[in-house]
Design a protein around this ligand. Sequence first.
Ligand code: HEM
Ligand code: SF4
Length: 570
Amino acid sequence: MSTETMTRAEAAPAVLPVGRYGYDQIDRTFLRERIEQFRDQVNRRIAGDLTEEEFKPLRLMNGLYLQLHAYMLRVAVPYGTLGSKQVRALARIAREFDKGYGHFTTRQNIQFNWIKLEDTVAALEVLAEADMHAIQTSGNCIRNITSDEFAGAAKDELLDPRVHAEILRQWSTLHPEFTFLPRKFKFAISGSPHDRVVARFHDIGLIARPGPHGRPVFEVFVGGGLGRTPIVGVSLRDDLPEEDLLAYMEAILRVYNAHGRRDNIYKARIKILVQALGTDEFRRQVEEEFVAMDRARYRIEPGLVEAIKARFGAPAFAPAGEAVAVLAEDRRRDIAFDAWVRTNTHEHKAPGYISVVISLKPAGGIPGDATAEQLDLLADLADEFSFGELRVTHLQNVVLGHVRQDQLHTVWQRLSQAGLGTANVNFITDIVACPGLDYCALANARSIPIAQKLSSRFANLELQREIGDLRINISGCINACGHHHAAHLGILGVDKRGQEAFQITLGGSGEEDASIGQILGPAMAEDETVDAVSRLIDLYLVRRENGERFLDTYRRVGTAAFKDVVYAPA
Ligand code: HEM
Ligand code: SF4
């Protein structure tokens, strides 16, 4: 049967991947056709029939950027979930077409920084064989939909958001009305009251919870964003019923598409429109569109949710048995392991299981980078210990979602042997950084070396434990790809009379207490900035009360004392 005459049910895959939607022959045919189209475009570029300017919109449709030194390929990881076969495909791309590593980003994508134009089609073919692509990872369209890295696993989760993330993915992929929006558009979705997806800094952030009749409802945040105009998103609806999810999203996008500013790239994001109209007027316009539109076309019936859910593989959890007791005993016997368990794991909803956060932030390392060998190991560990499934976090780490507690010690040993056992998740060295001036044509300053210096300065694990939770994020320019505004301590690269310099912001948060970091004072050179961070930490350790986090001490004490310690030291 040709794929043209197949129904979705007939095309369905025999084996379902755990934690994500299983592609069928129709999806695969679509990807193959896209690759052939791109092959032709690349060939024309290489032959000189297309100028770089003409090629640009075509390559961006396929996630191919041109950076400072080379092309960069940005690959989407829908709702952050990867299968082991996919991770091996990424390793192969790193090995064969890049310099042996990939870089995980703050939006659950992975980027390859050294791709040669003539290799791009082969790289896309490797991706397609593993049901992956780079479509809609750039351009003014709806980008990769991000989600909670502990989805389907976290004990505090009310609802696994990935089925709805998949519904949104299918709705937004090649949506004809929303392919040329005024500007890019980013969704994040979570099913936990604890915001692990930075929902309030997205164009649309959705928080799902169970509603009446066993069906979810969604809180809808809109108009959040970072960049040169950081804004915390506003809540548009608190209780959007599941059946209206797509219709309401469509209504928001229509209002934005019609009224978003296309005359000024800096004012084109939805956040500017929401601010210009005011929340009430924006909501009124969305409701007006929502009431007038053919909502039946977009209604999500329970059958649709079930059909999408049926295309997800589910992990077959074994009974807990002795797993909990074994882990407790392993922790008692091995202090280093115990320290790692305390920082790098997350409580699981299934008894006897636990989620593992694998830090991609070794002391002095490049945040978010993983080598081909490490990727292969992660794929092996996913197969052996986590139902073949791996997740990517927006904090540039990776997660094994479902590890049995009695196997955790083995997992830790294997990770440690490969340099992946750093026990620093949410600590001061768990730094998020954008590529900065090492790669990015828009950068003012390098983000990576300062991240490395800070991570070396605070490498002592005892000191890190003493400091506790502290989020440092670094962006190489005001576009804020490193989410610096949303960090407890943010660092922004600026150009100070032709020199690289750094501005510190304090007090930001990307979680449910979302706030925008405030600029502490004038920018400083790299080494001065690293020293300034040390002084800020020293002050915090003196002033903190009752084990408060750095953020809480800053909020309680206020800016002045922190400013003095950097700019007017005694
Ligand atoms: C080729 C390299 C890159 C370029 C040219 C680029 C460009 C930009 C630009 C122009 C903005 C500002 C958008 C706006 O405010 O309208 C932005 C924001 C952003 N980018 Fe990048 N970026 C690059 C790499 C990255 C990387 C590596 C990450 C992840 C680490 C990333 C994630 C983000 C995020 C999270 C934002 C801010 C959130 C928001 O959209 O409000 N970008 N980027
Ligand atoms: S924040 Fe600036 S320097 Fe960093 S990746 Fe984004 S555009 Fe480039």
